[in-house]
Design a protein. Structure first.
Length: 87
């Protein structure tokens, strides 16, 4: 009877230990999955920010070119208007 009782207790403790390991493993898996999701979100946000920065830079460059062209045209037009054009 003692052997059977000890065997039953050992099996019960083993089962409890397996449950604890499985809960611990599940917690570790959840932490790892959360970290992976957070990292993916950071990368996506960085990519979006980079795309936005590039688009803004291109728009600013276009505006500078347009302003330069307008200013140059104004200088050419004023030279033509006062008769000092060397055409």
């Amino acid at each position: 009877m003692k052997t059977t009782t000890l065997l039953a207790i050992a099996l019960g403790v083993g089962a409890l230990a397996a449950c604890n390991n499985s809960a611990t493993e599940q917690t570790a898996d959840n932490i790892e999955a959360n970290a992976e999701n957070t990292a993916d979100t950071i990368e996506a946000n960085a990519e979006n920010a980079s795309d936005t920065l590039q688009a803004n830079a291109e728009n600013a460059a276009d505006e500078v070119r347009e302003a330069g062209e307008n200013q140059a045209d104004a200088v050419r037009n004023s030279a033509d208007a006062d008769g000092n054009s060397s055409n």
